[in-house]
Design a protein around this ligand. Structure first.
Ligand code: KG4
Ligand code: ZN
Length: 371
């Protein structure tokens, strides 16, 4: 079965064809980074309008790359949420029109479940085993930070979540404070490579629940560290050009220890994520540990989770650590098409009245209370 997936929940216009819920035949992403960079973050109206112009060419490219015609698609999958309303509307309407015209099932896929399902994707022809269950999964994206236990595919039990900012948000806000621009995660990772992660002792949140997270104190601590180096903003030209405000990054003295600050900030985020993930794995007897979402692209996080697992298990006994290739961590449509195969087998076909839900939650089976 070949499923065409569409993804337009935020600032990437994406289409992909996935065979049998696992094998990626094509994965095309048109990024809007350049469009939003001048504004220091995603401008929802600009994002939605860019999806309108980019989606059909991206869809055509995905079919071409997969070497199939529209008629060979068995189902059309799309994410109705969570995400930005205007952006979601473009994808859902396009998917609906295509499925209706081709007389194929329309499959709605929760964007967060798709991030998790990216761990089941394979390259064309690859024969790797699916992740062993039960798995502890750390889902870290721009709007979400959730630690969960996966006992069966599609069944998630919540272990903990962030009480304030998501991990991706912490990266993005930190990058903004440091004047590194958007998107923040990759910018911090790049800058941190030249820095010392132990240069600054940033706070680690102490929380009642062992698997919860909190990143807002960290952001405040970073702000205090950079303030003494801050130079006054340049006066804004009047009136501001363009319909949407232009982002003016903060200006700093030349002696700002930028790389050390980025490295210490990144270390504080990834240590909290890695320690709790590894602790949950050993306490709950996980057979594998999965990372998912945009922040799972972060090299320091991947390394730190491996280190945290190695510290807790005798040599050779740690559960397998898995994360998707970077292209399937950040927003993409292969994860939508892959997850749709399993959704369709569970009977999750949408009617023609499918609507978007910008705040669609992850379907959780109930919390696991840590012992
Ligand atoms: O999953 P995603 O692409 O979109 C959402 O569903 O939100 O996640 C986007 C988030 C952003 O906050 C971005 O800064 C972060 O993922 N991100 C990274 C890296 N690449 C993307 N964070 C840290 N290191 C990276 N290399
Ligand atoms: Zn995402």
């Amino acid at each position: 079965m070949k499923i065409l997936g569409l993804e337009t929940s935020c600032d990437e216009t994406a289409a992909a064809v996935v065979l049998g819920g696992a094998w990626v035949l094509s994965n095309v992403v048109s990024s809007q980074i350049a469009l939003h960079q001048a504004h220091g973050g995603v401008v929802p109206e600009l994002a939605a309008r860019e999806h309108i112009t980019a989606l059909v060419p991206v869809m055509d490219a995905a079919l071409r790359e997969a070497g199939i015609s529209k008629q060979e698609i068995d189902a059309v999958a799309v994410t109705p949420g969570p995400g930005l309303a205007g952006s979601l509307l473009v994808g859902v309407n396009a998917a609906k029109a295509l499925a209706y015209a081709l007389d194929r099932p329309l499959v709605p896929v929760n964007h967060l479940e798709a991030h998790v399902a990216a761990n089941w994707l394979r390259e064309k022809g690859e024969r790797a085993q699916p992740p062993a269950l039960p798995a502890v999964c750390l889902l870290v994206s721009g709007g979400h930070t959730e630690l969960m236990l996966i006992e069966r595919p599609g069944s998630y039990r919540l272990l903990g979540r962030t009480l304030d900012d998501a991990a991706g948000e912490a990266f993005d806000k930190g990058a903004r404070l440091l004047g590194l621009g958007y998107p923040g995660g990759p910018a911090i990772q790049r800058t941190a490579e030249r820095g010392n992660p132990a240069a600054f002792d940033l706070p680690r949140a102490r929380l009642d629940q062992p698997y919860d997270f909190s990143f807002s104190g960290l952001k405040t601590a970073l702000l205090r560290l950079v303030e003494p180096y801050r130079l006054p903003d340049e006066p804004r030209p009047q009136p501001a050009p363009g319909l949407f405000a232009e982002h003016r990054p903060p200006r700093f003295r030349d002696d700002l220890p930028l790389a050390d600050l980025a490295a210490s900030y990144q270390a504080a985020i990834v240590e909290a994520l890695a320690d709790k993930t590894a602790q949950a794995a050993i306490e709950l007897g996980a057979r594998s540990v999965l990372l998912a979402g945009g922040v799972a692209a972060n090299r320091a996080l991947r390394e730190q989770v491996a280190t945290a697992l190695a510290a807790r298990y005798p040599e050779g006994e740690a559960p397998e650590l898995r994360y998707p290739p970077i292209a399937y961590c950040t927003d993409n449509a292969a994860m939508i098409a892959g997850a749709a195969y399993h959704a369709l087998h569970r009977g999750e076909q949408a009617g023609w009245d499918l609507d978007i839900d910008p705040r669609l939650p992850l379907r959780l089976q109930g919390a696991v209370s840590p012992s």
